[in-house]
Design a binder for this molecule. Structure first.
Ligand SMILES: CC(C)(COP(=O)(O)OP(=O)(O)OC[C@H]1O[C@@H](n2cnc3c(N)ncnc32)[C@H](O)[C@@H]1OP(=O)(O)O)[C@@H](O)C(=O)NCCC(=O)NCCS
Length: 173
């Protein structure tokens, strides 16, 4: 059953407040298109994203969570996160994306705060986020730093030669 929608604090000027709710199957084409429109993800990643969303909604990862943020009835972003296997309280943020036309309005930070609240609520203590060191991810890395994530480690040449993986981490209070 779809989770109850929850009113969240507005961070954007306007008459209605953004809302964060559980993602449902109707959202998938919109979210995939939104992610594609950010121009950050490769076609290969977009295919993987669609598979991840479909699998998650099909219940293949029952502990994972998928959240959509919408404003004025329009989906403007989403996040997918889940617990890391064989750990006690470590969670991964797998995907986060905001509609390109809506960047810089606080939606991403609001989503991330909600992710952290939900992780805390499930006895989570550590959130990890992996991303690339390629220049096109520079804004993404700035976003993680501005939202309180530190660079925990770098694995050189992880994605391909010259494309390192950086792991950002936040220990939840
Ligand atoms: C990363 C992303 C989710 C951020 O969402 P957003 O709604 O634009 O971010 P916010 O408006 O909430 O910004 C939160 C903070 O990050 C900072 N930030 C956001 N974008 C930034 C940028 N391009 N450069 C520098 N800082 C940035 C903001 O200044 C803000 O910091 P502040 O509160 O100290 O001013 C969004 O840019 C996006 O969808 N990027 C493409 C997809 C992606 O890279 N996803 C992650 C890989 S899985």
């Amino acid at each position: 059953m779809r989770a109850a929608k929850q009113q969240v604090r507005s961070v954007t000027a306007g008459s209605s407040a953004p809302q964060i709710r559980a993602t449902d199957a109707d959202d998938v084409p919109i979210l995939v298109s939104l992610a594609e429109g950010t121009r950050v993800f490769s076609p290969h990643e977009i295919v993987g994203l669609k598979e991840d969303l479909d699998s998650c909604l099909a219940g293949d990862y029952p502990l994972d969570r998928l959240l959509t943020i919408e404003h004025a009835g329009r989906a403007v972003g989403f996040a997918h996160f889940g617990p890391a296997e064989i750990t006690h309280g470590t969670w991964y943020l797998y995907w986060i994306a905001v509609d390109r036309a809506s960047h810089g309005h606080g939606y991403g930070a609001q989503l991330l705060r909600r992710v952290e609240d939900e992780v805390r609520g499930r006895d989570g203590r550590l959130v990890l986020i992996e991303t690339s060191t390629l220049p096109r991810y520079e804004a993404t890395r700035s976003f993680y730093e501005r939202t309180g994530y530190g660079r925990e480690c770098v694995i050189r040449d992880y994605y391909s030669v010259g494309d390192d993986k950086v792991v950002f981490a936040k220990r939840l209070a």
